[in-house]
Design a protein around this ligand. Structure first.
Ligand code: IMP
Length: 204
């Protein structure tokens, strides 16, 4: 049975390929099935935006669909960038532009006040309207300067005290065990297994 992973973010695509290994599903991605539907993330929370995306792509594709909405909540910035993480430095900005702006906005903030967390909500939509969500968080501290080459997005400035390095310095296999996305997938795993059981396979 096919499971559509509805994201255009190459970093997320790489991680989902690894995170969903072992599920009895054929993973498919938006570009492979030619879906170019623009979906406006008009919700006020990770949960709302994940649901909007999963529903829209499940309806457009007729496939069991997983979408995630994720972002970085920085305590000293009142939870920003939060759901605006992807748009933080405006349209056309790169990952580097975004984390540089974040570091700029945190200038003068001491180490102990630089606490933050990555947050991910995974929504799973069945084209018949059934909908499930699961979430995961990962706590850390915003570093003073970027370090590391792995991962994507804000990983180079997200320091993980338990590992003594940034998320971008972690081996991707380790990130895929402990990240917000890994935890959301772990929480969603029983649901995915249930939906992929042979008796539930009324879908392509
Ligand atoms: P979304 O597509 O609206 O969910 O945007 C998520 C944005 O949050 C990404 O573009 C990144 O900037 C950031 N983000 C989400 N997950 C991660 C991660 O695992 N590492 C680093 N940045 C992330």
């Amino acid at each position: 049975m096919k499971l559509l992973v509805a994201t255009h973010n190459q970093g997320k695509i790489r991680e989902y390929r690894a995170l969903l290994t072992g599920l009895p599903a054929d993973l498919v991605f938006l570009t492979e099935i030619g879906i170019e539907l623009p979906v406006l993330e008009s919700g006020n929370s990770f949960q709302e935006n994940a649901v909007i995306k999963a529903r829209a792509y499940a309806q457009a594709s007729g496939l069991l669909t997983l979408a995630d909405d994720s972002g970085l909540e920085v305590d000293a910035l009142g939870g920003e960038p939060g759901i605006h993480a992807a748009r933080y430095a405006g349209p056309g900005a790169s990952d580097v532009d975004r984390y540089r702006l974040l570091l700029h906005n945190l200038e003068g903030v001491p180490w102990e006040k630089r606490t933050a967390r990555f947050h991910c909500v995974v929504a799973i939509a069945v084209p018949d309207g059934r909908l499930y969500t699961a979430e995961g968080c990962c706590e850390g501290i915003i570093a003073f300067a970027p370090r590391g080459e792995h991962g994507f997005g804000y990983d180079p400035v997200f320091y993980m005290p338990d590992y003594g390095c940034t998320m971008a310095e972690l081996d991707p296999m380790v990130k895929n065990r402990v990240s917000h996305r890994a935890r959301a997938v772990q929480a969603a795993w029983p649901l995915l297994e249930m939906l992929l059981k042979p008796q539930n396979r009324c879908l392509p």
